[in-house]
Design a binder for this molecule. Structure first.
Ligand SMILES: *[C@@H]1O[C@H](CO)[C@@H](O)[C@H](O)[C@H]1NC(C)=O
Ligand SMILES: *[C@@H]1O[C@H](CO)[C@@H](O)[C@H](O)[C@H]1NC(C)=O
Ligand SMILES: *[C@@H]1O[C@H](CO)[C@@H](O)[C@H](O)[C@H]1NC(C)=O
Length: 623
């Protein structure tokens, strides 16, 4: 036998073998990098939808949300000193007087205490540090609808049902509140848009008041106010509001012209034109959603509800076309309300429907059965609200758009060119059923949506049924209403804005079904919910809707199929429910409002820069 040493082996020498291996490895890494690069920068494509599980952009959004949520709750404070420290770190000031009692109240009510949960309060109140405290007090006291707190008793001069509900909420914490006057917005729509330039000035000035006063100089109490019927500042005039009412018919100028002023000078909305003609299918510019999207799906939910980079929204939501009622001012004053747009400057309270827990919004005690017992359908019933939808404007209204694009008949007619869509667009061929020419059939198989009232402006003539409408009746059938509890028999619950925010959202979150939410409205709870962890976010254009449903439901086609992600849907539905039961309880609303009102009372006081709670810093005291 020849020894291997005498004949060179056909195999590579050891160093060479390692070299080849190394080259192969490098090639593999480069290949992977290129694949990633292509995926990162492409819009939702054929490939991204057909990719094996784990590669869909929604998979990535979900796993990112899990991480964000874990980071958020890792900062939960269990002791007062930690909570005060977290406060100082995040807010740059001492906590307000009363903070110790606030913490105790929160803990006694088993609230989860994560400083970020109160970010909205600071977003809302910060500009007020730039207004004189006397002006804040005068404007609040002078407003037409107020709740007044004196000697730990809250009262209201008005019987308006919202005022009474808010009064009921505030009474539950009145024993912990200093004297104050709280001005309330009684309208559905928000009322203050401070021009962006003015707000920047206010924020700069507010910044100069942000500092940590020496512990020895801190003022630890609140002031008392004169009785409610006595003018607290008789030398000062209330600020001149110059209320502007806008309407489409008769035309007094679009609300969008006011909204725009709340946007930065360099933004698309501020620089762009205002639309005045809505008598056509809406213009939907999907690329305007890209700053807040990942491959066509909402990746930054907060940004998706900001208006300034999305000028096409003026033709996609009734609030911008013609609100039911609108009366706005550009002057900052302390007005409290239940919801607002990103450009508004109200101070948010939990909306009355949430505190009141009306059954028609929440479903009462019924939150739906187990996921496995539900049908794989998406359900929506509602009134055709959004504002005053007229014969020449209704195509721009969000609920009309959403209901139409979920109507299988309309989709089929559009796909086979029998009838062009009146108020929506077909997807850009990303949906497999669409490529197979079966879009309408597929959507009909899981979508159950429609209006219960066509809500018209002007209202239909006497000869018509009450819930009909001469110009939208040909497009929409009026369906019977469905109780919330019956809707919870379906897995998917899209949530679409009405005249303002959608009051059913809390009920949806608490249900065992999955809320899929598109909104332009800000609410008290925004910083405690994580998109893709507790609910599914949707773009206000609804251009991602069918892709979201294809991801969850999957699709068995003749030529292609897409895997379903029913388990992912179930997981989000159940984490949303579980989380809502922990941080969106009535107790959490009380804890939020108590923190808010302590801050508000401090801002309304001349000594505000020195006021604070520093018991944890005083030596000899331990907590
Ligand atoms: C999301 O958008 C907001 C602006 O609305 C921004 O402040 C925030 O940093 C963004 N978040 C991420 C993760 O990019
Ligand atoms: C188009 O679709 C509609 C609704 O499904 C159907 O009734 C009609 O026959 C179709 N027309 C053509 C030309 O295929
Ligand atoms: C669906 O669209 C068809 C055709 O436009 C219309 O007749 C029907 O009323 C619509 N259905 C609903 C529930 O609105």
């Amino acid at each position: 036998m020849r020894s291997p040493a005498t004949f060179p082996s056909p195999r590579l020498s050891t160093p060479l073998r390692y070299l080849v291996l190394a080259v192969l490895l490098v090639l593999l890494v480069v290949w992977q990098y290129l694949v990633n690069l292509v995926q990162e920068h492409s819009l939702p494509t054929f490939d991204s939808l057909l990719a094996p599980p784990g590669d869909h952009p929604i998979d990535e959004l979900i796993s990112r949300a899990e991480k964000d949520f874990d980071t958020l709750i890792a900062t939960d404070s269990k002791i007062l000193a930690d909570s005060a420290a977290a406060y100082r770190k995040r807010r740059g000031r001492h906590p307000p007087p009363g903070f110790g009692d606030w913490f105790k109240f929160a803990q006694d009510n088993n609230a989860i205490i994560v400083e970020e949960f109160w970010d909205q309060i600071y977003h809302d109140l910060e500009p007020f540090w730039a207004l004189p405290a006397t002006q804040i007090r005068k404007d609040a006291w002078d407003y037409e609808m107020t709740i007044n707190v004196r000697d730990h008793k809250a009262t209201a001069g008005s019987d308006w049902f919202w005022t009474q509900i808010w009064l009921d909420l505030i009474r539950t914490i009145e024993h912990l509140l200093p004297d104050m006057d709280i001005a309330l917005n009684a309208m559905d729509e928000p009322r203050i848009v401070v021009p962006w330039e003015d707000l920047v000035d206010h924020m700069k000035e507010a910044q100069t008041t942000r500092h940590m006063v020496d512990v020895g100089d801190v003022v630890t109490g609140f002031q008392k106010l004169p009785a409610c019927n006595e003018d607290p500042e008789s030398n000062r005039k209330p600020s001149e509001k110059n209320w502007e009412a806008t309407s489409f018919s008769p035309p007094t100028g679009p609300f969008w012209d006011i909204v725009r002023c709340g946007c930065p000078l360099t933004s698309l909305v501020r620089q762009g034109e205002t639309m005045t003609d809505f008598d056509h299918a809406p213009y939907i510019s999907r690329h305007l959603g890209s700053p807040h999207s990942h491959q066509g799906y909402v990746a930054n939910y907060t940004l998706s509800s900001e208006i300034c980079h999305q000028p096409d929204l003026q033709g996609l939501n009734g609030i911008f076309v013609e609100p039911i009622s609108i009366q706005t001012t550009r002057v900052l004053f302390p007005l409290f309300g239940g919801s607002k747009l990103s450009v508004n400057n109200e101070i948010l309270l939990p909306a009355p429907v949430y505190w009141n827990e009306e059954e028609r919004y929440t479903g009462g005690a019924d939150h739906g059965g187990p996921w496995a017992d539900k049908t794989s359908e998406a359900i929506w019933r509602g009134v055709a609200t959004g504002g005053k939808s007229r014969e020449n404007t209704w195509r721009a209204f969000q609920r009309h758009r959403f209901v139409a694009m979920n109507n299988g008949t309309k989709l089929s007619l559009a796909q086979n060119w029998t009838a062009l869509p009146a108020n929506f667009e077909l997807p850009d061929n990303t949906i497999v059923a669409q490529r197979e020419g079966r879009l309408g059939e597929w959507v009909s198989s899981w979508s159950n949506m429609g209006f219960v009232d066509l809500f018209c402006e002007p209202p239909p003539p006497e000869s018509h049924p009450r819930n009909s409408c001469p110009y939208t009746s040909p497009h929409f059938e009026v369906l019977d209403g469905l109780k919330m509890a019956e809707q919870f028999d379906k897995k998917y619950l899209p949530d679409i804005d009405g005249n303002s925010f959608s009051g059913r959202y809390l009920g949806f979150l608490r249900s065992t079904s999955l809320p899929i939410k598109a909104t332009l409205w800000r609410e008290w709870h925004d910083s405690r919910l994580v998109a893709w962890k507790h609910f599914v976010p949707m773009d206000n254009r609804y251009s991602d809707w069918l892709g979201i449903m294809q991801y969850f439901l999957g699709y068995e086609g003749e030529t292609e199929s897409v895997v379903a992600h029913d388990d992912a849907a179930e997981r989000i539905a159940s984490s949303g429910k579980e989380w809502a039961e922990k941080v969106l309880r009535k107790e959490d609303m009380q804890v939020y409002v108590l923190r808010l009102l302590l801050e508000y009372a401090r801002i309304s006081n001349e000594r505000r820069e020195k006021m604070g709670w520093v018991e944890d810093l005083i030596s000899g005291k331990s907590h």
